[in-house]
Design a protein around this ligand. Structure first.
Ligand SMILES: *[C@@H]1O[C@H](CO)[C@@H](O)[C@H](O)[C@H]1NC(C)=O
Length: 347
């Protein structure tokens, strides 16, 4: 773990890219024009930074061609879903499909499985997470998966968390990228070594989860006046694991760079929004790693994937809010995935 002085120097030395808010209307001028107008009163380089970062996200999106076979654009596994929570894993899994994954698996408890299956015929649901054989049951599928999203609707039951530990170890051994959210982060706060130094991991803490993690890893109170520094410090202390702190702005760091995503969403924060983000990330992480560093212009692929997933979540929220206002729910956001994606990344 870096000393406090070393961390300070790293914060000062890091290339910090600030991205200012952009108001993106659903029906409106092309993205570039919207960005230019929104930024014209701000520092010129911010316009370029935002455009450049969007371009990097565009670079990693695999083209749809006839030459591909099913599964090539992403086979994603969601680890979560328990007796109490069945919505979160569904939202994450369906978001992965709607953003462009070919197959989406859910590994959940026995009781949660029929519920999740009944939400959607499009998901493959494995009722294995509370079985004594859970690690083996999931491990069998790992060679066929491109990324795992661990945590949506997981809960904190001891036996489940034990199984998830085993699944994380097995995924690391196969170098499978993992996105960790919700109670998956609770597990990491109990045992940071599970993820320490695994640079194919992305953590997506909200404010409370971020504080819990930071205090567990750095054993210091978090300096809430410096969010970018705090996210950078946590990422570095975990051995440059990518950290996405969700909030009014999303702050993203891979231990070297810090990106901010301020794209306008709305003031409506419905439960489930984080599940969309984690589902998107599972897919984008795979695309970015597959595209490789030449497509991301030297930036870490996971950083670009995280920026893309945060932007898309915010744009879905923005567009759903335009239609439904205070009635906006996560399902409304899911219905906006296609137009939001197209608006941000296909113009
Ligand atoms: C993390 O990234 C920083 C900045 O690039 C670098 O100085 C440090 O050595 C990296 N740490 C690890 C564990 O790779």
């Amino acid at each position: 773990m870096a000393s406090p002085a070393g961390v300070g120097a790293a914060v000062a030395g890091a290339a910090v890219v600030t991205l200012l808010s952009a108001a993106l209307a659903f029906y409106g001028p092309p993205l570039d024009a919207v960005l230019k107008r929104a930024f014209s009163l701000h520092k010129a380089h911010s316009i370029k930074d935002m455009e450049n970062t969007f371009q990097l996200v565009k670079n990693i999106i695999p083209p749809l061609t006839t030459k591909k076979h099913k599964g090539q654009d992403g086979r994603i596994g969601i680890v979560g879903g328990s007796q109490e929570y069945t919505g979160a894993p569904y939202f994450a899994a369906i978001s992965a499909l709607k953003v462009g994954a070919d197959l989406s698996h859910v590994f959940c408890t026995r009781e949660a499985a029929p519920v999740i299956k009944s939400y959607s015929p499009e998901l493959i649901v494995h009722p294995v997470l509370d079985s004594p054989d859970a690690v083996h049951e999931v491990e069998k599928w790992l060679p066929r998966l491109h990324a795992l999203v661990v945590g949506p609707g997981l809960g904190r039951e001891e036996a489940l968390l034990e199984n998830v530990k085993g699944i994380l170890e097995a995924s690391k051994a196969r170098a499978i990228p993992v996105v960790i959210d919700a109670d998956g982060l609770w597990l990491i706060a109990q045992q940071p070594t599970l993820i320490q130094g695994y640079q194919k991991a992305v953590l997506t803490p909200n404010h409370v989860e971020f504080i819990r993690l930071s205090e567990a890893v750095l054993r210091d109170p978090v300096d809430s006046s410096d969010r970018r520094g705090a996210v950078l410090r946590l990422s570095q202390a975990l051995g440059n694991v990518t950290v996405v702190q969700k909030g009014e702005q999303d702050v993203i760091s891979d231990g070297e760079q810090v990106l901010e995503c301020n794209l306008q969403g709305s003031n409506r924060r419905c439960g489930g929004q984080g599940d969309l983000l984690s589902g998107f990330l599972g897919v984008l992480v795979q695309w970015a790693l597959h595209a490789g560093p030449e497509k991301t212009n030297g930036f870490s692929p996971l950083l670009v994937a995280a920026f893309g997933a945060c932007s898309l979540t915010r744009q879905c929220n923005h567009q759903a809010f335009q239609k439904y206002g205070r009635s906006t729910t996560t399902s409304d956001m899911i219905a906006e995935i296609r137009p939001a994606f197209s608006r941000l990344f296909e113009t």
